[in-house]
Design a protein around this ligand. Structure first.
Ligand code: ADP
Ligand code: ASP
Ligand code: MG
Length: 404
């Protein structure tokens, strides 16, 4: 069977007009003799609205009920797509992930799909049907509905492509592909024709919302090529594939940025083994994601300062946890809201010396102060004032000639 998995994101199913538009896309794959499996996200804004409702009940709304609540957004979108196809004379039906079933493990809000029972869908495809499956969710061994993290429909699509051995997996979204940086933040951003899993994973983890990081890990592990393209304009998009498929002479492939980060510094923490662990353990238990971590070299061998970043939405919770943590002592606690992390990413930097210098020099020339630095083999990240994000993006984009 020649199978294609088509995933539609929130904007692509955001209005009835858009749903009618994507039914045309689906029909075209049928004309090309593909068996089509559709995965849909919720209509734009719906998941956020549902989360807001739960928060109005409680800041600590039950995780299990949160999953039941937010998974409903996809149900609405899938039935509208299936209904629209039926209206056009095609055989289609919606499938909630639990009906397939797509089986997950892990905690609520953050599960992973690890098994798909293919029988019913294969039978339905053979009968000429077009299954429209809810993304972002599944069912666990206790028969509870689970969700797989924000933006998770991307991962649903890739796991479906893996289990059904699809020939193609296409992510339809509201931009024409993966760009050198967010095209909604920088007009000069350029569409990337081909990008490696490794670079895409870094870009996504460092803020490029266009693909969910977990989905790229899954694609990389299973060697699934992903095409990212627009659901509005029929133009070639971006191919995400293995490195050996790519000829690239660029040093830097892309730039990502985050917004809504906060910096936390503990001044005068004891410089002895186990201190960092006792600070981060309660944060991890409370699902607070700690990002950049820097510990200063102790000047007197007794005390040190520890800095890390978190999402601003976790700031209040973090404050409470640190202040109430009886296992640590410090002299002062400093919080800084409104910081942003800018990262340059590219496999080319492995073999090219001087990239760090060029990045720092470019920011210095624009009088942008660097607060924290972190690096890996293929990325350099710096923390700066949020108000300088656009200036930094523009300057770095120019420096590394990403618009060429
Ligand atoms: P969907 O609802 O289709 O899943 P998302 O909103 O999750 O779409 O992702 C698409 C958005 O990702 C774009 O509108 C764009 O603003 C943002 N984005 C961030 N970085 C990039 C990038 N490097 N290339 C393309 N889009 C990006
Ligand atoms: N609707 C979900 C979300 O907003 C999943 C997705 O968009 O992929 O996070
Ligand atoms: Mg998305």
């Amino acid at each position: 069977m020649k199978i294609v998995v088509l995933k539609f994101g929130g904007t692509s199913v955001g209005t009835i007009k858009k749903i009618k538009k994507i039914t045309e896309i689906i029909k075209n794959y049928r004309k090309k003799k593909y068996k089509v499996i559709v995965v849909s996200s919720a209509m734009k804004g719906v998941t956020n609205e549902l989360i807001k409702k739960s928060r109005n009940i409680s800041e600590n709304f039950s995780d299990a009920e949160h999953d039941v609540l937010v998974s409903s957004g996809e149900q609405v979108a899938c039935s509208l797509i299936a209904g629209s196809l039926i209206h056009k004379g095609l055989k289609s039906r919606s499938w909630m992930s639990w009906q397939v079933p797509m089986i997950t493990k892990g905690s609520h809000k953050n599960s992973r799909i690890y098994q798909i029972n293919k029988n019913k869908i294969i039978k339905y495809l053979k009968e000429g049907g077009i299954p429209i499956i809810t993304g972002f969710q599944g069912i666990n061994n206790e028969e509870r509905i689970t969700t797989i993290g924000r933006g998770g429909s991307d991962a649903s699509a890739i796991i479906l492509a893996k289990f059904f051995k699809a020939q193609r997996c296409i992510i339809y979204t509201d931009v024409e592909g993966v760009y050198t940086t967010d095209p909604n933040k920088l007009k000069k951003a350029k569409k990337i024709k081909v990008i490696s899993y490794e670079e895409m994973l870094e870009m996504a983890s460092l803020g490029a919302k266009v693909m969910q990081p977990v989905s790229i890990q899954d694609a990389r592990l299973n060697r699934i090529d992903i095409e990212v393209k627009s659901s509005f304009i029929n133009k070639p998009g971006t191919l995400i594939t293995k490195r050996s498929n790519i000829i690239n002479n660029k040093i830097i492939t892309g730039i990502s940025s985050t917004h809504n980060d906060s910096k936390v510094t503990l001044i005068g923490v004891k410089d002895k083994p186990g201190v960092a662990a006792s600070i981060f353990k309660p944060l991890s238990i409370n699902s607070i994601n700690v990002d950049m971590v820097v510990q200063n070299i102790s000047s007197n061998g007794k005390e040190t300062d520890l800095t890390f970043t978190i999402k601003s939405e976790d700031l209040n919770k973090t404050k409470k946890i640190i202040v109430n943590n009886k296992n640590i002592n410090f002299r002062k606690l400093i919080f800084e809201k409104g910081v942003s992390k800018i990262s340059i990413i590219g496999v080319g930097m492995i073999t090219t010396p001087g990239v760090t210098f060029r990045m720092f020099k470019t920011l210095a020339n624009k009088k942008i102060n660097i607060k924290v630095i972190s690096t890996s083999e293929i990325k350099i990240s710096v923390l700066i004032d949020k108000k300088n994000t656009k200036k930094a993006l523009t300057a770095l984009h120019n420096e590394f000639k990403l618009d060429k």
